[in-house]
Structure formats: C-alpha cells, structure tokens
Design a binder for this molecule. Structure first.
Ligand code: SF4
Length: 459
C-alpha cells in the first residue's frame, strides 16, 4: 500500500496538488531543443534544475541527454544572470562547438526577470557567437503550465527565430508532431513520405534519442531538423500541426509570420485519428492515398474486429498530457471501451475540456474529468468506483499496485520500461502496437484471475 494515504472521501482542493500529472516547463523545452540538429540545450538557472531536467529525459529515453547550464549561485540570483549566460555562450561554442544553442529559462531566472533577447544580443555584439552559429530562446517559467507548455514555447521559438519566406511556395509540407516519442515522429514522416510528400518536421528528435548503437560517441547525433531546413518552413505550402496544446502556438505563429496555412488535428492515435492525419496530408498536398497505407489501415481494422469482444465495455482511467489523453479517449471510445476518468496536470482551457466531454458523451457511464487535475484525485475516483484498466505514465504504477488494476504505460515520463522511444503509438502501425498492449494487459489479468477450471488455452 504505497499510496495508503489516499482516502475515499474527496475534499475540494484549490491550492494543493498531490501526485501531479505533469512535470516542469524546461523539461519540455529541453526535449524540443534536442529536435534541432547540432543543438545544445541551455538551462538558464541553477544547476539543480538542469540536473533534474537532464536526468528525467535521460531516464525516459535511456540516452545520455547533453545540455549546459548558467550555473547560478547567490550572485546571479541577486544581480541577474547576464554575466553567467554570456560566459556560458562563449564557453559552449569554444569547448563543445554546437551549431546552435537553445536557451530556456527556469523559475529563478524568470523571477529575477532576465531579458534573454537582450543578453543574446550582447553576446553577439561581444563576438561570443561565431559566424554561422545561432542562439535562440524560449521563456519557460515553471510556475505556470507544464512540460507541454515548455515544449510548445520552444517549438514556437523555432518559428519566431528562424522561419522565413521569399514569397514563393515550395512543394513541402510542415509537420509539427507535438510532444511525442521519437518513434512517433519517425512514423508520421514515414506516412507522409509514403504518400510522396516532402516534409519539414520540427522539432524532430528521431535519430537523436532513438538512434542506433554504432560504438562511437557523437555529441550531436545525425537527427534533428537543421537550421537551414527550419528556415524553409516559411515557404511550405501548409502545416499539419498535431495536438492543439503542444503544437497550435507554433503553427499559428508560422501562419501569421509567413502566411503558411495550418490545419490543427488531434494526435494521430487510433484508427480515426490516423485517418484524419492521412486525410489532412492528402488534402493539403493534393495527393492520393497509396495502396500501402490502405493496406496498413486494413490490417488495423482486421485486428480491431478480432479483439473487439475483449475490449467491449471495459472501464478505463487515463492520466497524461492533454493531447495524448484526448486522442487516447477517442481511440478507446472507437473500440467500445469506456474512458470514465481522465486527468491532466497541464492547464488546457475550457475548449479542451469541452472536446474531451464531447468525445465521451455517449458512454452511458458517469464520466469524471479534471483538467488541470492530479493523480491523487484520479486514485480517489478509482477507490470509489473501480476501473478495469489504467493508461498513463510510470507514476500510475503505484495506483495500479495498490488497487490491483492492470496498467498500460503511455505518455511521459516512462522511467521503468525500455523500448517505448523506438516503437510508435501513432499511425496505423502505432495503433496496432497499442491494441496489442491493451489486449495483453486485459488478458494477462484474466489468465491470472482464472481458476484452474476456467483457464482457457485459446482466447
Ligand atoms: S519547477 Fe522551477 S525550480 Fe523546480 S526544477 Fe523546474 S524550473 Fe527548476
């Protein structure tokens, strides 16, 4: 009983979060920065923050995440961090030679009120930024939002700093994939390329955080969008942005800066979610859907038909990032499952909550949604009326253990399993993987609970 303090009685809480369903802004900003080729993320704050951000990403992706810090001590905390950041920029280009430094702030530097664009301008005028190299930034105060907000802010900064247009339109389509695994980014690009579409994807952490073992250490792996490619995003014929909460800001900024029309869709998770993605690509690029993709879709439909009898009516609790929770809820409803409890720690607004309510309005069961909400509340709901399955990150395993409910790990962070960054949950292939994971969890549980005479060899 690790969560023995969780009570059945639910008290109204406004100022207290227990067991949060989110983490801090700079983690998302650091993750987005790693999706730029040759980029060294830089944390403008104290070493403690930076160590936490790096270790969380390293533990999730099982790859050594490189970053730098302004290493604030008492002096910088009182007088501001300008001297530290200018010195850091000089040191980083001299010692580590990245193509670009992505600076994000922390609670401390935001509270001091450091003006990062002014400090970057000073570093440039002092000759600390070599010719052909770049420094860009995002403000990521962690006392608002979450890691998703930080990711969104850094992705928008890529547009603000780099996207440009020469007035001509190229035959490329921008993909803004949202806060998803490197394998998901790889998968959406593969789908677009299978349709014959050239893409500009940003950020792109594939081949950065899920690359192969080569026996050679590379400070800057081969993956990530290059700055030259990022600049061309302003000339693309359109943008498909996946996940409103993580990707909308960058897509809108690109539209207003460079007049690139955008379509905002849910994360392409599940059959209908992926259909919407493929349809958005088809319409924007004016191409046909090739047989290969129709084939993959057909495989997923076949599996759903085979598995449906086990999914029907199963009650599910989901915790995670808003875009993931919404897409997963819609996926589960399409399988005739019942996502009855949903929380996200990221504030996502009334419009988001409405779309979640809309997705589950025909379930027939009482549905509880809290955004922003925490996993303590989710646990209380479960104590009062249990579910058959949990879907969420590693922190959900304590609820799973205490309540003896199977858990499908999904979202961020997953700290106690390996492989998730190599296998997608998006697209038809990713959907097939999720179907297998969900069914395995349900049937493993059924096997475990069956008496000797009820034990079935064939299910
Ligand atoms: S919440 Fe603020 S102080 Fe804490 S690790 Fe994140 S940035 Fe640092």
């Amino acid at each position: 009983m690790l969560l023995r303090h969780t009570t059945k009685d639910i008290a109204d809480r406004k100022a207290l979060t227990v067991n949060p369903a989110k983490t801090c802004q700079p983690i998302g900003a650091m993750y987005a920065s790693l999706g730029v080729h040759g980029c060294l993320p830089h944390s403008h704050g104290s070493q403690g923050c930076y160590a936490y951000h790096r270790s969380t990403l390293t533990r999730h992706y099982k790859e050594p995440v490189m970053a730098a810090t302004s290493a604030f001590t008492e002096g910088a905390s009182v007088f501001g961090g300008q001297a530290n950041l200018v010195q850091a920029i000089d040191n980083i280009f001299t010692v580590y030679n990245p193509e670009v430094i992505a600076v994000h702030t922390t609670c401390l530097s935001e509270t001091i009120g450091d003006d990062i664009p002014q400090i970057i301008a000073k570093a440039r005028s002092d000759g600390k930024i070599p010719e052909g190299k770049y420094v860009f930034h995002a403000n990521t105060p962690s006392y608002v939002g979450s890691h998703v907000t930080g990711f969104s802010n850094m992705t928008k900064a890529m547009v603000d700093y780099f996207a440009e247009t020469n007035g001509k339109k190229a035959k490329t389509l921008n993909l803004i994939p949202g806060y998803v695994e490197p394998a998901d980014m790889e998968e959406v690009r593969r789908l677009a390329e299978t349709m014959g579409i050239q893409t500009v994807m940003f950020p792109d952490t594939s081949r950065v955080l899920n690359g192969p073992m080569t026996g050679k250490f590379k400070m800057y792996p081969d993956g990530g969008v290059t700055i030259d490619t990022l600049k061309t995003a302003g000339s693309s014929m359109g943008t498909v942005a996946m996940g409103r909460i993580a990707s909308l800001a960058a897509a809108r900024a690109l539209d207003s800066k460079c007049k690139v029309p955008c379509q905002i869709i849910d994360l392409p998770i599940g059959l209908h979610g992926t259909d919407a993605f493929v349809d958005a690509l088809r319409r924007m690029a004016g191409v046909n859907v090739p047989d290969r993709i129709t084939y993959e879709r057909g495989q997923m439909v076949d599996l759903i038909a085979d598995m449906h009898q086990y999914f029907h009516g199963k009650r599910v609790a989901i915790a995670g990032d808003p875009d993931q929770v919404l897409a997963m809820a819609k996926f589960l409803v399409s399988l005739d499952m019942k996502p009855v409890y949903m929380v996200s720690g990221t504030p996502a607004g009334k419009k988001y909550v409405k779309s979640l309510e809309e997705a589950v309005k025909d379930l027939g069961d009482e549905v509880k949604i809290q955004v922003p909400g925490d996993m303590y509340l989710l646990h209380q709901w479960i104590k009062n009326d249990p579910v058959d399955l949990l879907i969420g990150n590693t922190y959900m395993k304590y609820i799973a253990k205490d309540e003896d409910i199977p858990l499908v790990r999904y979202g961020f962070p997953i700290l106690d399993r390996v492989g998730h960054s190599y296998l997608p949950s998006m697209g038809y292939k990713g959907g097939i993987r999720m179907l297998e994971k969900i069914l395995d969890a349900l049937l493993d549980r059924k096997d475990r609970d069956s008496s000797d005479i009820d034990m079935e060899l064939v299910m």
